[in-house]
Design a protein around this ligand. Structure first.
Ligand SMILES: NC(=O)c1ccc[n+]([C@@H]2O[C@H](COP(=O)([O-])OP(=O)(O)OC[C@H]3O[C@@H](n4cnc5c(N)ncnc54)[C@H](O)[C@@H]3O)[C@@H](O)[C@H]2O)c1
Length: 278
């Protein structure tokens, strides 16, 4: 039997990792955690307004040689190309792509009032087009550019961020706060995230013989100062009875980014507190 060092295989130290949507809730969490574990991280996002604050926080903790802040619109060809050029100029290669950027109509306090939670039959089709443009087309576009580089290297690792709503329907009872206004998780999110599991299998099989793996994480309900009525509904409907703490995603992402998951490709790693188990 081959000798196998579990601890060493879980290390992501020295890996070059691109995190899209890196200024958001999940992106910030995993980008910082990867840096703490000795990886080289590209933090890429479309939202320039958050960059300065995050960059000054990261600069205090990590050497500049370990990170790159990059403005990226995953739905724009030139922006994807420029991002890959910047990565290769600074780090010389790309080991892992985390397809995390996306649009999501959320129910936390930050988002309330900003998103459209109307019924299916009234849902504006332009919002669907926008979600498809970013969550589906944009994810494919940035992946194409990353794959061109990974093919040259004959190695690469792609981690797509799916959602429980990529595999099951939203339970709309979660969004009924018994205040006379039933909210709905919109169809744009479900439609544009449903493609992720099969896109993951498509890439996994397409590139299996070229040294490129592809898996997906399936998170559900990350806590971000949600209000009490939402938390109560969530607790009732979730087997574990609570939302996910953002830090609980670090282990699963690290595992998929590391060589410990070397025989995994085309898989979905579900991190949902049992949401899809009943
Ligand atoms: N938060 C959750 O509870 C949850 C649950 C399941 C799945 N997810 C998935 O996790 C991923 C990240 O979610 P989050 O909660 O961190 O969301 P978030 O809104 O906090 O972050 C998303 C980030 O993506 C960026 N972005 C949007 N459009 C972009 C574009 N065209 N190009 C580059 N960046 C762009 C935004 O600026 C933002 O910083 C999403 O794919 C989401 O579907 C989230």
């Amino acid at each position: 039997m081959k000798t196998y060092n579990t601890h060493a295989s879980l290390s992501i130290s020295g890996k070059v990792i691109l995190v899209t949507g890196a200024y958001g809730l999940i992106g910030q969490t995993i980008a910082s955690a990867f840096l703490e574990q000795g990886a080289f991280v590209i933090l890429a996002d479309i939202d320039k307004s958050k960059q300065n604050m995050l960059e000054s926080e990261i600069s205090k903790k990590f050497p500049a040689s370990h990170f790159l802040f990059q403005t990226l619109d995953i739905a724009d060809k030139e922006s994807c190309q420029q991002t890959m050029i910047a990565i290769i100029q600074k780090f010389g290669r790309l080991d892992v792509l985390i397809n995390n950027a996306g649009l999501d109509a959320k129910f936390d306090q930050e988002s309330s009032g900003k998103v459209n939670h109307s019924r299916f039959e009234n849902y504006p089709i332009d919002l669907l087009r926008k979600a498809v443009e970013i969550n589906l087309t944009g994810t494919i576009l940035i992946t194409q550019y990353a794959c061109k580089q990974m093919i040259k290297q004959q190695s690469g690792n792609i981690i797509n961020v799916a959602s429980t709503y990529s595999i099951v329907s939203p339970n709309q009872n979660l969004y009924d706060f018994r205040d006379g206004n039933q909210n709905f998780k919109p169809v744009d999110y479900v439609a544009s995230k449903s493609f992720v599991p099969n896109f993951t299998r498509y890439l996994a099989t397409f590139y299996a013989r070229e040294g490129i793996r592809c898996n997906a994480i399936v998170p559900h309900g990350i806590y971000n100062n949600h209000e009490e009525p939402f938390l109560q509904n969530f607790a009732r409907l979730s087997p574990l009875g609570r939302m996910c703490d953002r830090e609980e995603l670090i282990g699963p992402f690290t595992f998929l980014a590391s060589d410990a998951s070397g025989y995994m490709t085309g898989s979905l790693l579900t991190v949902d507190g049992g949401w899809t188990a009943w």
